[in-house]
Structures are given as structure tokens and as C-alpha cells.
Design a protein around this ligand. Structure first.
Ligand code: NAP
Ligand code: HSE
Length: 435
């Protein structure tokens, strides 16, 4: 096979950067045999080049980004620093200088994707970002390339490993939320400050990228309705099981009548749904298109090896694209429409409501009246008292109601009515049920 040398630079040498160097070294022959590429790491940008990096002593480290940006022999820049700045500025500068950029940075891609593509237009340079969603799972390029003939209708994913691990522990072993979170932190899944994961922000950024590609219209993180998992209790999970459901933090994108639904929140799904079987820290993206129908992409959403797999896959695609003169096929921007992102109130869903109420006659009738007044139909109801995490005092009762499909705005109106009924002591939880 014809041999091609490709000089690349890495920005950042942390978890993923180290994984990339290791993969390029350990699988050098596989990559070379398949592609004829001889990838040379020409420069690595770090904050402190004097710091000892066992096993990586021979890397050409620099603290000066211009040594990379101004070196015409470096054709591909791999950004693995994370955060917005200076990562965004460095990527823009590299693209404007005609260098292909490969990145795993969901923060920059979801918020500033257009800036990156515009810079690529200036420099006639490509942008690749497979690792920014789902770590090692190939999903963005399959959506852009293999499924490009489809009109995508839905993307629904478990795209945050930390929260999936926590919910799995709560579901399988009845662990309370705080205990499962502590375990996720001890295992290194959750950061010491887990806010981005447990409040759904990390998944929101990933959904913004997924939805932008699937529906060919720019969706930014601020347009995604986001709700975290902190209110889910073992009690809700137990009730869900009675109905044949599992709870997951879902990132849901749909196109409905030319508008986009983009939302991240915990939801019940049927236990037979393929996403229900995605346990622990694993990720999966379920995508539905016309004419392909249902597809699912599954794997490790984080970690040095899996993420490096996606980064190096992009690197190879980028290098092969560079090898073909005049070809700038790569990841051209496909946000060609300006579709409206729907307000959460316009979304149609089924809902699970768990109420604490006074155990008195007539209460049920008043509750039913609240639903009737908003024309919200009840599909199912269970009355409980006591239970695994709740003492049975005999003075109050617990009601779980499940609605038929209804506009979220109407459901919210029902909740306001319920909260005004004196015998309804608390609307303990409201969880969407994804069909
Ligand atoms: P990390 O371990 O924190 O490494 C970041 C590296 O970038 C460090 O080597 C750091 O230097 C360097 N760096 C940061 N700011 C810099 C600056 N201003 N100048 C020069 N170097 C700088 O991060 P990571 O986990 O590898 O993540 C990298 C990217 O991959 C992020 O965008 C992340 O969201 C994404 N990602 C990560 C995973 C994962 O499993 N870790 C999965 C998917 C995507 P120091 O060593 O001096 O701190
Ligand atoms: N914090 C993320 C997760 C991994 O828990 O899935 C990086 O995207």
C-alpha cells in the first residue's frame, strides 16, 4: 500500500491525550496496514512541559501554542484540553490556518460549532468531533454519512455514564441516590462536583450536538430543556417496576411537524425497550429514521481507551481525506435549516404522578376533578401506603396516577390544581413516561 506520513499535534495530554498516544503506538501496525498512514506526533501542547510524564518522556512537548499553529508541516490538530477557552480560540486559529481539527470537546462543539465551521470555511479545513458524544461509540459520523439518505425522526440516548450508573444502582440494589452518587465518585465516574452530570447539563450538550446533526438545524445547549436525576427516589423506581418500566436519564430529540423537541430528563421507559437494558456506566443512542427504521449504537461513553478509539478514528478519516487532493468531504456542516425548538409546554407525553394525600373520603373525587378540569385523562392508578422507604402511619395515603398522552402545559396546570387541594399534602414527584 502507498505510504503517507501525517504530522499531527495534540493540544492537551490528560486522560484522553494519553490514551490517543498509547493507541497510536500500540496499534501502529494495524493502522498502517489498513490505511498506509504513518502518523507522527510532531508536537504536544501542555501547561507544564517540565512535569514528569512516565512513559511519555520522548514526546515533543511545548507550552507555546504558536509552535503548532505556525508550523505548516503540522496538518492535523487534535484538541483534548477541554473547557471553552483557550480551546475554542486555538481550534478557530488552527482551522483558519488550514489545519484539520479533531476534538472531543462537547462544550465548544455544542456552543460554538458554527464558529468552528466558519473558521474551517476560511481555511478550507475540516472539523471532526466523534468523541464529543458517546465517547467510544461511533454515532455522529454514522448519522452524517451512513444514514445520510434518511430523514431522521428521533434520537433518544443514554449519553451520561455517571447518571446511568447511579440509576442502575438505585434500580438493581435499591440504593438511595446519595449512596449511589458516592459510589460513582469513588469509582471515578462522577467528578468531585457532580453538578454537570446529575443535573443533566453534560447530556444536554451532547443532545444539542446529536439533534443538530439528526435534524440538520442548529440546536444549542440553552435550547435544550434540562432536568436532572436528583429527585428520583427508590420509591418511584419501585412503582415504575410495577408498571413494567425502568427509569433512565434520557436525551430526547424528535422532529414533530417541522419543529424540534430537545429535552433531557429522567423518564420511565418500558423494560422491554432496548435502552432499558443499557446498565451501569454504559451509553447508547437509539435513532429512528425513514427509511432505515430503528437503529441503536451502544458502548462505553467515556474512558481513555474508548474515547481514544473515536479520536483516532477521526484522525484516520481526516488523514485519508487530506491525502486526496481537492477533497474536503469530511464533516461538512449540515445545519442547513432553521427549525424552531419547541418549548417544553408544547411537548406531548404520558406522566407518572406520585401524591401524598390525607386518607379521607372524597379526596379521590377532588383529585379526579383536577384532572378532568384540564381534560387530562387518567390511564392508571395505584393506591399505596407505607413501603420500603416510607412508614405507614395510617393517616395519609399515597396515590400514583399515570396519564394518557397529554400536552405538558396541561399537565402542569393539573399539578397547580392538585397543589391547591388542602387534602393533597404533596405532589411528591412527576416523571415523564416515554412511549
Ligand atoms: P484532562 O485529563 O483534564 O486533560 C486535559 C489536558 O489538557 C491536561 O493535560 C491539561 O494540562 C491540558 N490543558 C488544559 N488546559 C490547557 C491549557 N490552557 N494549555 C495547555 N494545556 C492545557 O481531560 P480529559 O479527560 O482528557 O478530557 C479532554 C477532552 O475530552 C475534554 O473536552 C472532555 O470533555 C473530552 N472527553 C473526555 C472523556 C473522558 O473519558 N475523559 C470522554 C469523552 C470526551 P495539565 O496536565 O497541565 O492539567
Ligand atoms: N461525565 C461524562 C459521563 C463523561 O459521565 O458520561 C464525559 O463525557
Amino acid at each position: 500500500m502507498e505510504q503517507h506520513k501525517m504530522r499531527i499535534a495534540l493540544l492537551g495530554m490528560g486522560t484522553v491525550g494519553t490514551g490517543v498516544v498509547k493507541l497510536l503506538r500500540e496499534h501502529y501496525e494495524i493502522i498502517n496496514m489498513k490505511t498506509g498512514l504513518n502518523v507522527e506526533v510532531a508536537k504536544v501542547l501542555v501547561r507544564d512541559a517540565s512535569r514528569s510524564r512516565p512513559g511519555l518522556e520522548d514526546l515533543p512537548l511545548t507550552e507555546e501554542v504558536n509552535e503548532i499553529l505556525e508550523d505548516p508541516s503540522i496538518q492535523i490538530v487534535v484538541e483534548l484540553m477541554g473547557g471553552i477557552e483557550p480551546a475554542r480560540s486555538y481550534m478557530v486559529a488552527a482551522l483558519r490556518a488550514g489545519k484539520t481539527v479533531v476534538t472531543a470537546n462537547k462544550d465548544v462543539v455544542s456552543e460554538f460549532g458554527k464558529d468552528l465551521y466558519d473558521a474551517g470555511d476560511v481555511g478550507d479545513a475540516e472539523l471532526y468531533f466523534e468523541a464529543s458524544v458517546g465517547g467510544g461509540i461511533p454515532v455522529l459520523r454514522p448519522l452524517k454519512e451512513s444514514l445520510s439518505a434518511n430523514k431522521m425522526q428521533k434520537v433518544m440516548g443514554i449519553v451520561n455514564g455517571t447518571t446511568n450508573y447511579i440509576l442502575t444502582q438505585m434500580s438493581q440494589f435499591g440504593r438511595p441516590y446519595e449512596e449511589a452518587l458516592r459510589e460513582a465518585q469513588a469509582l471515578g465516574y462522577a467528578e468531585p462536583d457532580p453538578t454537570n452530570d446529575v443535573q443533566g447539563f453534560d447530556a444536554g450538550r451532547k443532545l444539542a450536538i446529536l439533534a443538530s446533526i439528526a435534524f440538520m438545524s442548529r440546536v444549542k445547549p440553552g435550547m435544550v430543556y434540562t432536568e436532572g436525576i436528583t429527585r428520583i427516589t427508590p420509591r418511584d423506581i419501585e412503582y415504575g417496576k410495577r408498571f413494567g418500566w425502568s427509569v433512565k436519564l434520557l436525551a430526547i430529540g424528535k422532529e414533530v411537524d417541522g419543529q424540534i423537541e430537545a429535552r433531557v430528563h429522567p423518564a420511565f421507559i418500558a423494560s422491554e425497550h432496548p435502552l432499558a437494558a443499557v446498565a451501569g456506566s454504559l451509553n447508547a443512542i437509539f435513532a429512528v429514521g425513514d427509511p432505515v427504521g430503528e437503529t441503536m449504537f451502544y458502548g462505553r461513553g467515556a474512558g481513555a481507551g474508548p474515547t481514544a478509539s473515536s479520536v483516532v478514528g477521526d484522525l484516520i478519516a481526516a488523514a485519508l481525506s487530506k491525502r486526496t487532493p481537492g477533497r474536503r468531504a469530511g464533516d461538512a456542516c449540515t445545519c442547513l435549516f432553521h427549525k424552531q425548538v419547541m418549548d417544553i409546554g408544547q411537548v406531548v407525553s404520558r406522566y407518572y404522578l406520585r401524591l401524598s394525600c390525607a386518607d379521607q373520603s372524597g379526596v379521590l373525587a377532588r383529585i379526579a376533578e383536577a384532572f378532568g378540569a384540564e381534560d387530562v385523562s387518567i390511564a392508571n392508578m395505584v393506591q399505596g401506603s407505607g413501603g420500603p422507604d416510607r412508614e405507614d402511619t395510617g393517616e395519609d395515603a399515597e396515590l400514583v396516577l399515570v396519564t394518557h398522552s397529554v400536552l405538558e402545559a396541561k399537565l402542569q396546570a393539573v399539578v397547580r390544581r392538585l397543589q391547591s387541594i388542602p387534602e393533597v399534602l404533596a405532589v411528591e414527584n412527576v416523571i415523564r413516561v416515554e412511549a
